[in-house]
Design a protein around this ligand. Sequence first.
Ligand SMILES: *[C@@H]1O[C@H](CO)[C@@H](O)[C@H](O)[C@H]1NC(C)=O
Ligand SMILES: *[C@@H]1O[C@H](CO)[C@@H](O)[C@H](O)[C@H]1NC(C)=O
Length: 449
Amino acid sequence: MKPILSCHVVAMPYPGRGHINPMMDLCKLVAGKSSSILVTFVLTEEWLGLIGSSAKPDNIRFATIPNVIPSEHVRGSDPNGFAMAVLSKMEEPFERLLNELQLSPTLIIADAVVPWAADVASRRNIPLAVLWPMSASVFSVFYHFDLLVQHGHFPVNLSVNGNDIVDCIPGLSPIRGLDLPTVMRLEENYQRFLKAPLQAIHKAQYLLLASVYELEAEVIDALKAKASCSIYTICPTTTHFKVKDSNGDLNYLKWLNLQPPNSVLFVSLGSYLSISGSQMDEIAAGLCKSGTSFLWAARGETLRLKEICGEKGLVVPWCDQLSVLCHPSIGGFLSHCGWNSTKEAILAGVPILTFPIMMDQVMNAKMIVEDWQIGWRVKREFDKDNLAKRDEIAELVQKFMNLESGERKQLTKKARETQQACEREFAEGGAFQIYLDGFTRSILQYHHH
Ligand SMILES: *[C@@H]1O[C@H](CO)[C@@H](O)[C@H](O)[C@H]1NC(C)=O
Ligand SMILES: *[C@@H]1O[C@H](CO)[C@@H](O)[C@H](O)[C@H]1NC(C)=O
């Protein structure tokens, strides 16, 4: 017997990797809860080409809209232009797509950075859930933008108010202006990037935070007390949390198997917003000098780094990051502190050396170092005019990977405690299940009659 489709979710992610994946993971979780939920997952043609053939449940279907920029422009080459095109050119094809759907939508789930989806939803009287793919703390900073302005924290100017302590955001521990998301540094960014998402949130019935409640409980509670929509913390990662150990034939895992426990530093500085080649060279030289073994996932830079790195390090173009982080030989993670990497390191219980590059990474690093105390800073953020030098990197890495030192023992302990707190959240009957069930039950109310 065919299940009765009572709930039709249209999911509209921002067309970028850091956004498509969490949206897809979320949709899989929701679709997995009930066969009477159908998800139409909207992709640009470019993205359909990239992920169209990957496995997904039967009750998730892809639908496409045209690319927002001509395909000869590579996405990475002009991130700002791409973001502007997403803001201005996608609404119309999205509406056209909705008009053509046979089964009318009962819910739209939209990424917070495709704010026009909120206008579409409200024009058509369709309930809206907004997915926030970064930390709840970053959300809260944006959400309380008016408070930042009132207290003179916006825009952040490094030589004027960068060192001022921001303590006006409910539930958020004190933070320096310079540790806020870098988008806060330009006055015009309010109009360009912040205003519309903020308005969208106010139109939403649901806010879905891709976080772990345990990590940001006070911020999330404060948001719940204030926001008019229902807030659910659904870190989509759990679907992948069970690491498959069938990958033992991969070279890097074979190599890791040969290393002593906790002896290897894993290095990954993000896939797409890379730092300069000369900073890469300093890091590579510093790692060699430290004498520590390391595994470096360095898309695009592999050959050059291999030459600098010699015997002690293994450089690979790609790896299954969570499997690597969970490997017993890994003792630390040098990271750009993207939200995904931050969560994976926490779930794996691995201490972090922070080297943020831009955006929310700067604030994630602050939380890692100051709030959760599970990492140390290599550099507050990447600065092309003031590189982190090989000698300081070597010294820090040696200290960090010295498991016997008191300071490092403290880090290891904290990382373990934070990991355990997260594990409780994902256990049977934990907050994660409660949130997911609550959200699914709620959206099933909007069925077709
Ligand atoms: C920061 O403030 C200084 C001093 O007032 C000013 O010269 C500079 O232009 C400001 N920087 C930005 C990015 O606004
Ligand atoms: C990180 O992203 C990958 C996809 O790129 C996803 O499978 C995984 O669940 C994410 N991890 C976390 C902790 O969100």
